[in-house]
Ligand binder design. Structure first.
Ligand code: FA5
Length: 354
């Protein structure tokens, strides 16, 4: 077992050396020392070891975990330092700036509330062994629609008003491009780049040609989630949905689950939250109904698994698409989504500064 642990550590050392991206490094850390990481897997067989063997294996495993934690911290610090140095090398100092722009003044920097919530959610999912993925804003029809069980003549295409790129010289059968209307595009990219079982989240900006109001923007943010494996059930889905809400709100919030239609899931659900702006009494955010659509989800449709190259006879899974801006509104009591990207300093400076 000691040899196995050393082998795992050697693998880690080899892999971490080539990484330059912070998310990849954190993913690697959880792959090795996360709750379901390689080290924990090895330690499962500790129960069969003799007391002497256990005495040697326990400290060895701890040493390796500490080494991995230290190496990850050192690597992240080095990347940050490199980024700062690159920025410093390429930026120009404006010596005409007056000294009222200083730490603690109203113009001091700060994190956008969406960044705060997104980071919190990423930490929660990383700790549960999920990867974090990204995808392009400009997409093709295949990833945005076809692979998600929405062929060109399907009425569900009208559910999301799409910004298309128009190429006047394009032939009729050429690939058409668009601004992605949802983060579900990353489902297909994620499935095609890994083998089951896997689980990932994918936060990102999406675009719809919609009329704006207190709870609708044309450019907004979602956070996709997907878990694929054997025997995944609706109760796994509900467990993860409840975990996110409990961790984010740190208190019980009222939710309701109702049937929802999305061609890429079957069955599909809408998870609504009791509006925290008006306590469910009715306001412009919840359109006077007292509930806000927040977290649609469902069991992945077999056609989508097939489009992702996955054997739908053997594997199944769930997916969800969290409305990130609406979650931020509920968390901080923001009564109009348009404040979020207004750039108004009176709004922005209410949140945590660094
Ligand atoms: C979708 O976009 C699906 N892709 C979600 C999904 C993923 C379902 C996986 C099942 C499985 P919908 O159009 O309802 O679904 O958008 C998801 C969430 O984004 C909504 O619940 C809402 O919280 C948020 N949202 C939708 N439109 C807007 C908008 N215009 N402005 C702000 N938030 C929006």
């Amino acid at each position: 077992m000691i040899e196995k642990l050393e082998e795992i550590f050697a693998q880690f050392e080899q892999k971490v050396g080539g990484l330059t991206n912070q998310a990849d490094i954190l993913n690697l850390k959880s792959e090795f020392i996360g709750k379901k990481g390689l080290i924990s897997e090895v330690l499962k067989s500790l129960k069969d070891a003799t007391p002497e063997q256990r005495k040697a294996i326990g400290p060895k495993a701890n040493d390796i975990k500490n080494n991995i934690t230290d190496m990850v911290a050192a690597k992240l610090t080095a990347i940050e330092a490199q980024e700062i140095n690159e920025k410093l090398a390429s930026s120009r100092i404006d010596i005409s700036l007056t000294d009222d722009v200083k730490e603690g003044s109203s113009l001091g920097g700060g994190f956008h509330p969406r960044t705060l919530i997104q980071r919190e959610i990423e930490d929660i999912f990383l700790s549960m062994g999920f990867d974090i993925l990204d995808g392009p804003h400009i997409e093709d029809e295949f990833h945005n629609f076809e692979a998600l069980n929405i062929p060109s003549d399907h009425p569900a295409r009208d559910m999301q008003d799409t910004f298309w790129f128009h190429d006047p010289n394009a032939q009729s059968d050429e690939k058409k491009f668009l601004l992605r209307t949802h983060t579900s595009t990353i489902q297909v990219r994620g499935m095609r780049s890994r083998k089951p079982p896997f689980k990932f989240i994918a936060p990102g900006t999406v675009f719809r040609c919609e009329r704006t109001d207190a709870s609708h923007e044309m450019v907004f943010n979602q956070l996709e989630g997907m878990m694929v494996g054997e025997d995944i059930s609706v109760s796994h889905l509900i467990y993860f949905m409840k975990t996110i809400l409990k961790e984010i709100f740190k208190k019980d919030v009222e939710v309701r689950l109702r049937p929802g239609f999305f061609p890429f899931v079957e069955p599909g659900f809408e998870l609504d939250i009791k509006c925290l702006i008006c306590s469910g009494n009715g306001c412009s955010v919840c359109k006077q109904v007292g509930w806000v659509e927040l977290l649609p989800c469902g069991m992945v449709h077999p056609n989508v698994l097939k489009a992702g190259g996955i054997d739908s006879e053997k594997y199944n899974g769930f997916a969800f698409g969290l409305g990130l801006d609406r979650l931020v509104m509920m968390k901080y009591g923001i009564d109009d989504i348009r404040h979020l990207q207004s750039g108004d300093l009176r709004f922005n400076t209410q949140f945590k500064t660094f």
